[in-house]
Design a protein around this ligand. Structure first.
Ligand SMILES: Cc1cc2nc3c(=O)[nH]c(=O)nc-3n(C[C@H](O)[C@H](O)[C@H](O)COP(=O)(O)O)c2cc1C
Length: 161
């Protein structure tokens, strides 16, 4: 079983990193041969999408093996990490009532037209099989572990004080 393990906190010693590590440990208890790829968004290595990305979307480029322009290459790398996974584990803090900019940048890169999704008459359609997404969220008012299936990222919830 292949897990894409994503952390978003800027802190090394972080609550959400501890949560995502605990989720991975639980999954390993069920599947001892777990194979993990760690994508550390908190390290700040994923840039926001650039003009190449925006204009390339309009031109509908192929996703062949050639070098892609600007942040399209980053987008392709991140999408392939998802495609290689059976499940995704995300550890993230809440920043200003929503996801950190690092996680939003990742979402912008991977929700890409003609790769994992297409535009249908009723909106966006996923082109890949659903896979479980387990999300550990840390916020100032407490912590929450949420296991969300069907591959959707719905991670910001009201929390009890
Ligand atoms: C820039 C920033 C914005 C934050 N905004 C919120 C917020 O809107 N709501 C909240 O409950 N906590 C907020 N927090 C607090 C963090 O979510 C909380 O400290 C969390 O435990 C940090 O997780 P981490 O240790 O994994 O980074 C914010 C923290 C930072 C640094």
């Amino acid at each position: 079983m292949k897990i894409l393990h994503i952390d978003c906190s800027p802190h090394r010693a972080s609550h959400s990193r501890a949560l995502s590590a605990a989720i991975v440990a639980q999954l390993r208890a069920y599947a001892p041969d777990l194979d993990t790829t760690h994508r550390d968004l908190g390290a700040g290595l994923v840039p926001p999408v650039d003009a190449f990305y925006a204009t390339a979307l309009a031109r509908r480029p192929s996703s062949g093996d050639g070098e892609l322009p600007g942040t399209m290459q980053c987008s392709e790398t991140l999408i392939r990490e998802i495609e290689a996974s059976d499940a995704i584990v995300i550890g993230t803090p809440v920043h200003n009532f929503t996801v950190p900019t690092t996680l939003k940048a990742w979402i912008d890169h991977v929700v890409r037209l003609d790769r994992p999704m297409a535009m249908g008459s009723a909106g966006k359609i996923g082109l890949r099989a659903d896979r479980p997404v387990f999300t550990g969220i840390a916020a100032a008012r407490g912590t929450l572990v949420s296991a969300i299936d069907r591959g959707r990222i719905e991670i910001m919830r009201d929390q009890p004080a």
